[in-house]
Design a protein around this ligand. Structure first.
Ligand SMILES: [Zn+2]
Length: 344
């Protein structure tokens, strides 16, 4: 069976193509990190090589070997793997050597299965030489060879690659659907499943990682407490915090974006409580503090700050001076309203 959470549209398209035997020779799976691109790519590889009458069964030798990355006809190239290779290129690139390494078998007949499947995760990180090497290979379809390219940022994928692939978009999954899948397939208790499904923000892979690795939730709690401490802090403390964020940004941009995502989810929750939609909040384990904050701030203040966080994220992406951006954000943390019994 297809063990993907959500993605009915993508699955229905793939099921039809498999049934008719008219698969594309290259697919581009587009979607947010942790939405399920790699899970789907492996599932397609299983469907193509499964030994049962209802592929992908998930139980036969081929399906199991693919799931554990041991099948000799399924090659996977990921960014982290190439970063470790220590070649001269930047660590944020997939180099031509890595592409060469997995493509050397492209013209050979499948060894143990029916199809050779090449999965490249993070295709937007390929160097120009690597892109050219890949283009040469996918230009002319080769029988029994399927390429599955994955990207979280389609805008950075060269148009020459996009135009040669069938594009499949993976869309955010509803929290209800994630929650149900976590309870049924991961045997998680309902309260934890509810929290993880909400924090996953449409991307079930995040919830599954958080089940396997406790440090993800610990880190989220630490980061949240750090932010909450800043809401009542004086300007000195806020500027010290901004400086720490700038330093972090110079080491790891993604972590700072994740911290800002968390801040955004927090203030969205404050907004939801404020407008009586508290049942929709993500951070349900901090509900008491959220309720108190919704009471402490006026609606326009909350709205303005939510937008401020969004523009902070955007400005960082546009390479505006990070120190300026972070200081402006910290200065814009709203002041608690002194008025009792706020109604607006
Ligand atoms: Zn199977």
């Amino acid at each position: 069976m297809w063990d993907i959470i959500g993605q009915e549209k993508a699955l229905s398209l793939l099921r039809k193509s498999l049934k008719k035997g008219n698969l594309a020779h290259a697919y581009l799976l587009v979607g947010l990190p942790h939405i399920g691109k790699m899970a789907l790519a492996l599932n397609i590889a299983q469907a193509l090589n499964c030994e049962s009458s209802e592929p992908p069964c998930g139980k036969c030798t081929a399906c199991k070997r693919i799931a554990s990355a041991k099948h000799s006809d399924v090659q996977i190239l990921e960014l982290s793997q190439s970063a470790e290779s220590g070649e001269g290129e930047s660590k944020t690139k997939i180099g031509v050597d890595q592409v060469d390494q997995i493509l050397h078998s492209v013209n050979l007949a499948p060894f143990e299965g029916r199809y050779r499947v090449f999965i490249i995760d993070g295709v937007e990180f390929m160097s120009i030489a690597a892109v050219n090497r890949l283009l040469k290979t996918i230009e002319e379809p080769i029988g029994k060879v399927i390429f599955i390219l994955l990207t979280a940022n389609e805008n950075l994928v060269p148009a020459t690659i996009v135009s040669r692939c069938q594009r499949i978009e993976l869309t955010p999954v509803s929290k209800e659907e994630i929650e149900k899948a976590l309870i049924e397939h991961q045997q998680i208790d309902p309260q934890r499943a509810k929290l993880l499904a909400r924090l996953a923000n449409g991307c079930p892979g995040w919830a599954i990682s958080a089940i396997a690795d406790d440090s993800l939730m610990q880190q989220r709690t630490e980061w949240l407490e750090e932010w909450i401490g800043m809401f009542g802090a004086d300007f000195d403390q806020r500027f010290t915090f901004a400086a720490k964020m700038v330093e972090k940004y110079s080491q790891n941009r993604e972590v700072v974006q994740q911290k800002l995502d968390l801040l955004l989810s927090w203030w969205r929750d404050v907004l939801l409580v404020k407008v009586d939609c508290g049942v929709e909040i993500a951070n349900i384990d901090f509900e008491d503090i959220l309720k108190k904050m919704a009471n402490d701030y006026r609606l326009p203040q909350i709205r303005v700050f939510v937008n401020k966080i969004k523009s902070t994220k955007e400005h960082l992406r546009m390479n505006v001076n990070p120190q300026l951006v972070m200081e402006v954000l910290m200065l814009n943390i709203p002041e608690k309203s002194k008025v009792e019994n706020l109604t607006a």
